[in-house]
Design a protein around this ligand. Structure first.
Ligand code: 4NP
Length: 150
């Protein structure tokens, strides 16, 4: 059965499209569908931030075809996993969620227990795209292990 994974951040132009690109490649060949969305509406229809595209490209991930969208109620019944980048994303998702969602909500770094932090920092203002990509790669391997062990 297909497992559907949605990555969520604030704008859907930095962290979650990076996670979508990384996880799509890591999960290639598995019966897994991957998407990303933002809790905010500001960037709907826009490609990822040029800094996110450039950093991902250095490691061979092509984020350029992705376009931002906003998370919606339907997502909670379509996806099996909705993975937030930080606690603010997670509390926004919990507020939006229907009573009995299909999706399991989690923080991405739940799947990288060896990292010293629990949230992926927002690179839009901090401009720390290489660090963010490394964290996302590490957690993506953990998430894939979790899905495949189910
Ligand atoms: P993201 O980063 O949530 O990782 O996509 C941000 C993108 C845009 C803004 C904030 C965070 N913004 O304020 O426009």
């Amino acid at each position: 059965m297909t497992t559907r994974v949605l990555f969520v951040c604030l704008g859907n132009i930095c962290r979650s499209p990076t996670a979508e690109g990384v996880f799509t490649r890591i999960a290639a060949g598995q019966d897994i569908e991957v998407d990303s969305a933002g809790t905010a509406s500001w960037h709907i229809g826009n490609p990822p931030d040029s800094r996110a595209i450039a950093e991902a490209a250095r490691k061979g991930y092509d984020l350029s075809p992705l376009r931002a969208r906003q998370v919606n109620q339907n997502d909670f019944n379509v996806f099996d996993y909705i993975i937030a980048m930080d606690n603010s994303n997670l509390s926004n998702l919990e507020r939006l969620a229907p009573k009995q969602p299909r999706a399991r909500l989690a923080l991405l770094l739940d799947y990288a227990p060896d990292l010293p932090v629990r949230e992926v920092p927002d690179p839009y203002f901090e401009d720390n795209f290489p660090e963010v990509l490394d964290m996302i790669e590490q957690a993506s391997h953990g998430l894939l292990r979790e899905i495949l062990s189910e």
